[in-house]
Ligand binder design. Structure first.
Ligand SMILES: [Zn+2]
Ligand SMILES: [Zn+2]
Length: 348
């Protein structure tokens, strides 16, 4: 095997370049992964635009599927050759207060893949074993990749939400996250309302499983939700505080607006709208690795899949630009030229 591998790295904010890097050995508790596919996620902008403090150069990518190529010392439960996934959360430490209390997501020593350490825009990657997820055989690597962040994020938020079967659940934004959120909500047994701007996505939203489509450009989405009886949960997949505020009054008493779309805008909600109706607003951060496994199993069982467009690794800068321009329908996935990704040029 060659001692080098190709990677797309960021050398300074906005600058992506292809490089060859030397293959290194996994340290204790880590595995080395021969990457087969990596999704392009909006959170990659945290690396590419330098929104986090980054030690340059850095390889982005946190929707990574590949096969374990080498095990570091002390790694148990994983085997060389096994196909695994890596998401945004790089792996818990196991010893901090939150880990010891079973809250792996909020581990104090959690590193973010592609931000604190090199991610999956590469043919090889080193990952912490504690963050790994298992990939069912029924998924190609390219098909599984977006489920590790976009899928896990929406699945986890809905799965932990207070809605019960038959309750009205709204999904705001039909993009990379929202098109999965609608499918999960439908298969979890909720009455599903999809909210987006314009009429263009109405048909698709229904095809994905939405019972109702609300065009937020033509109608007040909060009033439309109240006309349906009020939502128990609104899953906000679009970034921006205004979208949360605009739909908040569509919650029924005791309902919760769960934000998974990151943006800099403040959320302007009046205390009256919070108190009268005892509504809540909450954030949700991806999920733990076992929930990642559950996301993939549930997706395989129910036929939930991401609509993807695959491109070769070297086209990562163009794929990233397309995603940032909001032109991806709906997830761009980088595939490596190593025969493992089984990626057709386009799948949906
Ligand atoms: Zn992501
Ligand atoms: Zn910890």
């Amino acid at each position: 095997m060659s001692k080098k591998y190709k990677a797309i790295q960021v050398t300074k904010p906005g600058k992506l370049e292809i490089v060859e890097k030397a293959i290194t050995e996994p340290a204790s508790g880590q595995v080395r992964i021969r990457v087969e596919a990596c999704g392009v996620c909006h959170s990659d902008s945290g690396t590419v635009e330098g929104l986090f403090p980054i030690s340059w150069p850095r390889v982005p990518g946190h929707e990574v599927v590949g096969r374990i190529d080498a095990l570091g010392s002390g790694v148990q439960g994983w085997a060389v050759g096994q196909r695994v996934g890596v998401g945004f959360l790089g792996g818990s430490c196991g010893y901090c207060e939150f880990c010891r209390n079973g809250d792996l997501v909020n581990c104090r020593n959690q590193e973010f893949s592609g931000i604190h350490s090199d991610g999956g825009y590469a043919e090889m990657m080193i990952a912490k074993a504690s963050g790994l997820m298992s990939i069912p055989d029924s998924f190609s690597s390219a098909a599984a990749a977006p489920l590790l962040c976009a899928g896990l994020t929406t699945f986890n938020a809905l799965r932990n939400a207070p809605a019960k079967a038959g309750d009205l659940v709204a999904v705001l934004g039909i993009g990379g996250l929202g098109h999965l959120g609608v499918q999960y909500a439908r298969h979890m047994g909720f009455e599903v309302a999809a909210i987006a701007r314009g009429t263009r996505t109405a048909e698709l939203a229904k095809k994905l499983g939405a019972h109702h489509y609300i065009d937020s450009a033509a109608t007040d989405p909060a009033a439309a939700l109240q006309a349906l009886g009020g939502a128990k949960v609104i899953l906000i997949t679009a970034s921006g505080g205004k979208t949360i505020a605009a739909t908040f009054k569509g919650l029924r008493p005791g309902g919760v607006s769960i934000d998974v779309g990151v943006g800099p805008e403040p959320i302007e909600i009046t205390s009256q709208d919070l108190i009268f109706g005892e509504r809540k607003v909450a954030g949700s951060l991806t999920g733990n690795p076992a929930t990642g496994d559950a996301t993939l199993r549930f997706s395989a069982l129910t036929g939930v899949s991401a609509m993807i467009e695959t491109v070769p690794l070297q086209e990562a800068p163009a794929a990233y630009a397309k995603m940032m321009a909001g032109k991806a329908r709906f997830r761009m996935v980088l595939v490596m030229n190593n025969g493992g990704s089984e990626g057709a040029s386009r799948q949906s």
